[in-house]
Design a protein around this ligand. Structure first.
Ligand code: GTP
Ligand code: MG
Length: 297
């Protein structure tokens, strides 16, 4: 029998750090969304398009919904994640296998409020040695909402991802693809460059990470051989500046070199990066500064 072509939007939601962006990148087949071991890495709604023979899925990666809201940036992140639940055909609600927290309950409340059709994705199952040990968790989670499916996965190891896609496709409406089949995201290379820098900086800073790190791309000039990028790293306090620069500028240099490697692969040109670190007092709680850094609807 002829299979109808299907197309739809699928939002990935969950509390911070459960592995949404890791899964998103794996499904889309390219590194689009940044990943760190820190909570609250993703700050924007990011579209990632996956195209198969009879289907196209527009995945929406979202910031982790969290309860402790420190300021305007946190509120923006929560609003963005909640807003992503409107107008999607399906939500993938991701939790961590064996661990249910108040923040998970909060995400579920948001799903319930909108009555969105949802799958429960139980991620990081690679960490669980005895798979039988997961059963009580799966049963308890299943009773919390009429989930259409409950799918244990490992975003990191890639376990059960093909099965997940097979389960999603029949839930989508019949319809033509919404995007050209070679398009994988709605984000510009400028955005991806800024995010790459934020990822490398976050990873290098480790436990010393200051809260408000923002990247602003000031110059972006692309020729067929060389992309020249000028970026400002915004910090919130004067004492954060030396942390980001490092002794003798070493940390910033390493960050630049980490980012350059990724960006050269992404852009397929040589990349020349110039970085400055600047202080803007309390920017993450300042609506105007947030808009300037692209954190607005
Ligand atoms: N062991 C294991 N670790 C994982 C898995 N998926 C993600 N991680 C790790 O979990 C951490 C957070 O992953 P992210 O993909 O950034 O999580 P997120 O849900 O997008 O986080 P936010 O953007 O902060 O909301 C990273 O260190 C990942 O490597 C998994 O399946 N197994
Ligand atoms: Mg993320």
């Amino acid at each position: 029998m002829h299979k109808p072509h299907r197309f739809g939007y699928v939002a990935l939601v969950g509390r911070p750090n459960v592995g949404k962006s890791t899964l998103f990148n794996r499904i889309v087949g390219q590194k689009i969304s940044i990943v760190t071991r820190r909570a609250q890495t993703t700050r924007n709604r990011i579209l990632g398009i996956s195209t198969g023979a009879h289907w196209q899925i527009a995945f929406v990666d979202t910031p982790g919904m969290h309860l402790r809201q420190r300021g305007a940036l946190n509120r923006y992140m929560n609003r963005t994640a909640q807003g992503a639940l409107a107008d999607v055909n399906l939500a993938l609600f991701m939790v961590e296998g064996g661990r249910w927290t108040d923040e998970d309950s909060n995400v579920l409340t948001q799903i319930e409020k909108r009555g969105v059709a949802a799958f429960l994705l139980v991620n990081k199952v690679d960490r669980i040695k005895r798979k039988e040990g997961l059963l009580p968790f799966l049963e308890a989670s299943a009773s919390r909402y009429p989930f259409l499916e409950i799918v244990p996965v490992s975003a990191l190891a890639g376990d059960n991802i093909e099965r997940l896609i097979e389960l999603i496709v029949p839930r989508l409406p019949a319809g033509e693809a919404g995007f050209p089949d070679d398009q994988i995201t709605d984000k510009s290379v400028r955005f991806l460059a800024a995010e790459t820098l934020r990822e490398k900086l976050t990873r290098r800073l480790g436990d010393e990470l200051p809260y408000g790190l923002g990247i602003e791309i000031e110059a972006f000039n692309e020729t067929h051989k060389l992309t020249s990028i000028g970026a400002v790293v915004w910090v919130e306090r004067p004492q954060h500046k030396p942390m980001v620069i490092g002794k003798g500028g070493r940390l910033l240099k390493r960050v630049g070199s980490d980012a350059r490697k990724d960006l050269e692969l992404l852009l397929d040109t040589h990349v020349y990066l110039r970085l400055w670190v600047k202080v803007r007092d309390g920017w993450s709680n300042d609506e105007r500064a947030l808009r300037q850094l692209g954190y607005h609807e």
